[in-house]
Design a protein around this ligand. Structure first.
Ligand code: 5GP
Length: 204
């Protein structure tokens, strides 16, 4: 069966631990490709160009918008972030699953353009815990912290647009739930009915 890959979209408020969940999930599921986003923000300690993000200047980012090279893009906390579309579609066509870890504005754009995606929202155990995690990360200025924490509830209030949610209380449990979601999606009849029928028709 020549199956297309699944586009997995992971979203959730800043500091909720999306990055940690995705990293562990991808380490255990090496066949799933992570889409590397472009951003105009500066690299944090330990972040590498082409691995964490493609770190671009504002002009190059605008050029990519102009050339329609993004599947989605958004301004998040004063910086541009976008998903380069070429790599995503090449991988999906090859049958590879692709994971996007993006903000809610981007997720909504992807849903509009590619409703076949699986849209997953990660929740913190509580807002208090989210606040502690952002502070603990220690990479934000006071102003950036306020913006990141301030938008958390408005993002959570859009959860109805998602297919699944996870609560990031326990990392292993959250990763296990993510694996179960993807496993179930791989056996969704509506996604693969044409492939299934074709396979059995060929045998008639
Ligand atoms: P950070 O600066 O902490 O790496 O990311 C800030 C926010 O931007 C996070 O919510 C992250 O998920 C989101 N983000 C990262 N890459 C993209 C992208 O390609 N598109 C969009 N829309 N958001 C992104």
């Amino acid at each position: 069966m020549n199956k297309k890959g699944i586009l997995i979209v992971i979203c959730g408020p800043s500091g909720v631990g999306k990055g940690t969940i995705c990293k562990k999930f991808l380490t255990k599921n090496t066949d799933i490709k992570l889409s590397i986003s472009a951003t105009t923000r500066s690299p944090r300690a330990g972040e590498e160009h082409g691995v964490s993000y493609y770190f671009l200047d504002a002009q190059k980012f605008e050029d990519m918008i102009e050339k329609d090279e993004f599947l989605e893009y958004a301004r998040v906390y004063d910086n541009g972030y976008g998903t380069p579309k070429k790599a995503v579609f090449e991988n999906l066509e090859k049958g590879e699953d692709v994971l996007l870890e993006i903000d809610i504005q981007g997720a909504m754009q992807v849903k509009e353009k590619y409703p076949d995606g699986v849209f997953i929202f990660i929740l913190p155990p509580s807002l208090e815990e989210l606040k502690n995690r952002i502070v603990k990360r220690g990479s934000e200025t006071e102003e950036s912290f306020k913006k990141r924490f301030g938008s958390a509830f408005s993002e959570i209030s859009k959860i109805e647009n998602f297919d699944y949610y996870l609560v990031n209380n326990d990392l292993d449990k959250a990763v296990g739930q993510l694996e179960s979601i993807i496993m179930a999606e791989k056996n969704r009849v509506s996604r693969y009915k044409d492939c299934i029928l074709k396979k059995f028709e060929e045998e008639l």
